[in-house]
Design a protein around this ligand. Structure first.
Ligand SMILES: *[C@@H]1O[C@H](CO)[C@@H](O)[C@H](O)[C@H]1NC(C)=O
Ligand SMILES: *[C@@H]1O[C@H](CO)[C@@H](O)[C@H](O)[C@H]1NC(C)=O
Ligand SMILES: *[C@@H]1O[C@H](CO)[C@@H](O)[C@H](O)[C@H]1NC(C)=O
Ligand SMILES: *[C@@H]1O[C@H](CO)[C@@H](O)[C@H](O)[C@H]1NC(C)=O
Ligand SMILES: *[C@@H]1O[C@H](CO)[C@@H](O)[C@H](O)[C@H]1NC(C)=O
Ligand SMILES: *[C@@H]1O[C@H](CO)[C@@H](O)[C@H](O)[C@H]1NC(C)=O
Ligand SMILES: *[C@@H]1O[C@H](CO)[C@@H](O)[C@H](O)[C@H]1NC(C)=O
Ligand SMILES: *[C@@H]1O[C@H](CO)[C@@H](O)[C@H](O)[C@H]1NC(C)=O
Ligand SMILES: *[C@@H]1O[C@H](CO)[C@@H](O)[C@H](O)[C@H]1NC(C)=O
Ligand SMILES: *[C@@H]1O[C@H](CO)[C@@H](O)[C@H](O)[C@H]1NC(C)=O
Ligand SMILES: *[C@@H]1O[C@H](CO)[C@@H](O)[C@H](O)[C@H]1NC(C)=O
Ligand SMILES: *[C@@H]1O[C@H](CO)[C@@H](O)[C@H](O)[C@H]1NC(C)=O
Length: 562
């Protein structure tokens, strides 16, 4: 590895988002943003190519708000693709119209049109993010959302001196939409990415990266809050900083019991806030991100790096690489996940549903359906309870709200149609699935338990699942088949992690619980874009409650039409 001193001379030191730099008014306010979706030529790894951006920036702008603020984001689409943007992790109470997934809660914002996402940030504070929720455009259309606590409310951990967003991503040298189209036409996985990135930059382990290395300057003795976001499309990532431990204090905008770790795991869709103390010998240290994959599936396993640079240290010093867990280290992952616990204090309680009204058991399957025009005569597919979700032609929320018939059915089964030994020997025959736009109806204010069970249909694999409109509690997880007689006794109903995206382990299961108090149509899907595209998704139709303030709000006047 030829890393030379002068290699980094063109390095740009970026300092976005430290406290005090961004002006935030004291009172709850309406914060307005203009998001111009436009194509811009961007160069990485010696390849310049046009990419879809927001305001010409990659990654896109950070949204800074305070808990209680109203946010209005005018998304104007100047690109040739249809667009929609999801505010990942914001609960959007009664307000699915602002949630963003195309054809689920809205029709896309078409070329030349605009739509104002108008929502309130209520009862949430921490790090979330936004991203395109149509096609694979989120590869380049993403950014951070920082929700500061209300004025005068401190963090429940030592106040950092400064903070920094760290967005992990994936980069393709060619047009991502062409890559996906090719995969879909052939019926096989599309080409994997060419690099991982940290704040849009792959770092010096990749060619032509002199100018494309993110660096963060630190001062000895100071404490930094890193707001880490995994915006990658298909890869769960390990992250570490050479020579420095990290104290995890928040996940998915929910405070956790602090714990210290040398490395962390973050799945696509998740966020993790850590405190880092600049308490080492002043030097230059690499931060690094690399995938976790514990099955023999080819993925982009390259390491993205960025630099933690102590003030006064010249750019010519060679940084040290951190030690990351081995790519297939599932035992690290299991023990790391076990340390994640809600803070569960009187101010930040963990209101875990103790009684369950509705029990759901969904199997996750990969499969193969016929495709006469595909390279193998088959096309890879994915399903929940053996149903591969078919995208509708209009938004499901509109169809539900206006009672439009024939768009979707609400007969998604509560359990797999045919039980089998889910994680037994790999099943490679009869991999066909049922296709349909089938949703599950949930009574208002009922408590739901959903067990997501991985299967050996084609192959076991780890799947990060994301639920829109809610946080949920991760009450249990295990390897093998979920045992409804024995496993619930081992649940953590006291301080389980509360989040919006959770990994279902390879050949295992995860149980989540939530209170269905947010009426609307809420997407549930694997956050690996590859699997979402193959149909690993469905949605909950949460019914209106009896009260006036328990119904879906009327749609905004500028809601895009199909
Ligand atoms: C963008 O780069 C391509 C080459 O990759 C070039 O053909 C095109 O003219 C550039 N467009 C702009 C607007 O600079
Ligand atoms: C949104 O942006 C577009 C394009 O800049 C502009 O024409 C439109 O008036 C804006 N809408 C609002 C509500 O600000
Ligand atoms: C947001 O809060 C404001 C002020 O309370 C209210 O007028 C508005 O309707 C709310 N919007 C949504 C989408 O709930
Ligand atoms: C995918 O990779 C193959 C092999 O490297 C290459 O020939 C092909 O052009 C790539 N496809 C796209 C859309 O970039
Ligand atoms: C990091 O934590 C490990 C385990 O707790 C400890 O052994 C090590 O000394 C710590 N390193 C630093 C730099 O604080
Ligand atoms: C990375 O993936 C390539 C092929 O996809 C493989 O040859 C290589 O062994 C992998 N490296 C690691 C460290 O897993
Ligand atoms: C991880 O991969 C290595 C080879 O790269 C192998 O020796 C080891 O057994 C694997 N570990 C697990 C837990 O699969
Ligand atoms: C489909 O065909 C491609 C190209 O011949 C091959 O690489 C791939 O392994 C095949 N996949 C399946 C699932 O049969
Ligand atoms: C399921 O398959 C596994 C692995 O083949 C086997 O050990 C287990 O006994 C099977 N379970 C049942 C209930 O058949
Ligand atoms: C899924 O449905 C297909 C089509 O009806 C069927 O052939 C297959 O056996 C089912 N698979 C499972 C695992 O239930
Ligand atoms: C929801 O149900 C809980 C009991 O589980 C009850 O205490 C609460 O009042 C209900 N809320 C609404 C809005 O109906
Ligand atoms: C954009 O969305 C509209 C509405 O769904 C659809 O009719 C049109 O075909 C889409 N355009 C493209 C380029 O995908």
């Amino acid at each position: 590895m030829a890393i030379r001193g002068t290699f980094f001379s063109g390095l740009t030191l970026l300092f976005i988002g430290f406290l005090g730099f961004v002006c935030i008014p004291a009172e709850a306010a309406t914060k307005k943003y203009q998001f111009d979706v436009q194509v811009k030529n961007v160069s990485r790894l010696c390849h310049a190519k046009p990419i879809v951006t927001v305001n010409g920036r990659f990654p896109g702008p950070t949204i800074f708000v305070k808990e209680g603020d109203r946010v209005q984001i005018n998304v104007t689409n100047h690109a040739q693709y249809n667009m929609s943007i999801h505010w990942h992790g914001l609960k959007q109470y009664r307000n699915g119209w602002a949630d963003g997934p195309a054809y689920i809660t809205q029709c896309p914002v078409q070329t030349g049109s605009n739509y104002v996402y108008d929502f309130n940030v209520t009862g949430q504070r921490g790090t979330l993010w936004w991203h395109a929720h149509i096609l694979w455009l989120r590869a380049t259309v993403y950014g951070a959302i920082v929700i500061l606590p209300k004025q005068g409310v401190p963090f429940p951990f030592p106040q950092p001196n400064r903070e920094q967003t760290i967005l992990l991503g994936e980069w393709w040298n060619t047009d991502v939409e062409e890559v996906v189209k090719e995969g879909t036409n052939l019926g096989v996985p599309p080409n994997m990415s060419d690099a991982h990135t940290i704040n849009g930059k792959p770092g010096p382990l990749f060619p032509c990266s002199e100018k494309y290395t993110f660096a963060m300057e630190v001062e000895l003795g100071k404490t930094y809050l890193l707001r880490i976001i995994n915006a990658a499309l298909n890869d769960e990532l390990f992250f570490a900083i050479a020579g420095h431990n990290m104290t995890v204090v928040e996940i998915d905008a929910v405070y956790t019991k602090p714990f210290t770790t040398q490395a962390l795991l973050i799945a696509p869709g998740q966020t993790t806030n850590v405190l880092v103390q600049a308490n080492q010998v002043p030097n230059r240290y690499f931060m690094a991100a690399r995938p976790f994959i514990d099955v023999p599936i080819p993925i982009d396993n390259r390491t993205a790096t960025a630099i933690l640079q102590y003030k006064g240290i010249p750019n010519t010093i060679l940084p040290k690489l951190p030690i990351l867990p081995a790519s297939n280290d599932s035992s690290f992952v299991m023990s790391y996940n076990k340390k994640l616990r809600s803070l569960n204090t009187p101010t930040y309680p963990a209101n875990v549903p103790l009684k369950v009204d509705r029990k759901l058991f969904y199997t996750i399957g990969l499969g193969r359906n016929d495709c006469p025009t595909c390279v193998n005569g088959t096309r890879l597919t994915a399903s929940l309870n053996n149903i591969s979700f078919v995208m509708p032609q209009i938004g499901l929320l509109q169809a539900h709200y206006f009672n439009t018939k024939g768009v979707f059915r609400t007969d998604f089964p509560d359990k797999p149609p045919t039980p089998f030994n889910y994680t037994g020997a790999p099943l490679t025959a009869n991999l066909g699935t049922i296709q349909g736009t089938r949703l599950s109806k949930i009574a208002f204010n009922s408590t739901v338990e959903l067990v997501l069970q991985d299967t050996s249909l084609l192959t076991v694999e780890s799947h990060p699942f994301h639920l829109h409109g809610y946080n949920f509690f991760v009450v249990g997880t295990g390897i093998g088949n979920f045992d409804p007689a024995k496993d619930p006794a081992k649940y953590n109903l006291v301080d389980p992690p509360e989040r919006n995206t959770v990994g279902v382990p390879t050949g295992g299961w995860t149980a989540i619980r939530f209170l269905a108090d947010n009426p609307g149509v809420w997407f549930l899907h694997c956050h690996l874009e590859l699997h979402t595209g193959w149909g690993l998704k469905t949605a909950f139709v949460v019914e209106d409650g009896p009260g006036k303030d328990q119904t879906i709000l009327p749609p905004p006047k500028d809601l895009p039409q199909c």
